[in-house]
Design a protein around this ligand. Sequence first.
Ligand code: 5GP
Ligand code: ZN
Length: 115
Amino acid sequence: MDNCIFCKIINKEIPSTIVFEDDEILAFRDINPVAPVHVLVIPKKHISKLTELEENDEVIIGKIYKKINEIAKTEKIFEKGFRVIVNCGEDGGQEVGHLHFHLIGGKKLGTKICQ
Ligand code: 5GP
Ligand code: ZN
């Protein structure tokens, strides 16, 4: 989509540190990490937010969760644990309008997940 920064990252118009890529999924390091591991995992299909899922998008969502497990292993946070966050819409704190899954770990995270 025009003017979507994550589509631009997918198209390599904006550089990023990629940790995984295939035909359907891109995973790259968050530019402003909140923990030692902070990876954004996104579908290459432009889906603006969780509430905009279309028919069959559940397939890519399932693949993303499987991939998150694999990335957690390569990032060495699989055993100790991690957090996956999807912000949705204005009240959910979503700033980038391309569905993304935050994979956060590498330290003991606080138990309060909202502020
Ligand atoms: P949101 O608040 O939409 O859930 O999260 C957006 C995330 O994207 C933020 O954690 C922010 O740091 C990250 N981000 C925004 N712009 C860029 C960028 O150009 N490159 C990378 N790697 N991350 C970005
Ligand atoms: Zn996009």
